[in-house]
Design a protein. Structure first.
Length: 184
């Protein structure tokens, strides 16, 4: 099974893209866990909330990989790279266990959404003026952990087609790698 994470700054269409890609590939698309968690809080989030979110993301990811192993692809709306940057940007720290989890549970591919679409306010978002900076942080972390990623850009159906093209291109490259490995 292939795990594909849709990543990027707030309001870059991750949730919409995850759902559309899951429908296109006729598979599962898991919604962002942090969004629901923070939306349900009756107070501002705290560092222990971000730690709880990270631990639950880890459990959800591992559970999905076991439970849905018959699926060819599973799409995840965000994952631990975003949570790591969240820890670093808001609290100036990152738990060692999170670093280890990222290395252990790296997805097969990340689609990194560029902040090239309009910002839309909602009660959970807080970084409309920092999207370019956060985009660079996510990109640097993906490179640091050597996680394969592709950029996604464009509006509406163009963004969706760009994501599909990136995935299909990645799969073709992966098939080529497999063929090269088994040739004698």
């Amino acid at each position: 099974m292939v795990s594909i994470v849709v990543c990027g700054p707030e309001s870059t269409g991750k949730s919409t893209l995850t759902a559309l890609l899951a429908a296109h590939y006729n598979t599962l698309g898991l919604p962002e866990y942090a969004r629901d968690y923070v939306a349900r809080l009756k107070r501002p989030y705290a560092i222990n909330d971000v730690e709880t979110i990270a631990r639950r993301q880890i459990a959800q990811y591992a559970r999905c990989l076991r439970r849905f192993s018959d699926q060819k692809i599973i799409f995840f709306d965000t994952f631990l790279i975003i949570t790591k940057v969240w820890f670093q940007e808001v609290y100036g720290v990152c738990p060692v266990w999170l670093h280890e989890a990222i290395k252990t549970l790296s997805p097969n591919l990340v689609l990194l959404c560029k902040p090239d679409i309009d910002w839309e306010f909602d009660c959970v978002r807080e970084n409309g003026d920092r999207r370019d900076s956060l985009f660079r942080c996510y990109q640097e972390e993906l490179i640091r952990y050597n996680i394969p990623f592709r950029y996604v850009e464009g509006n509406g159906s163009i963004r969706l087609q760009n994501a599909i093209d990136q995935i299909d291109s990645w799969f073709i490259g992966e098939l080529g790698n497999v063929k090269r490995k088994i040739k004698y």
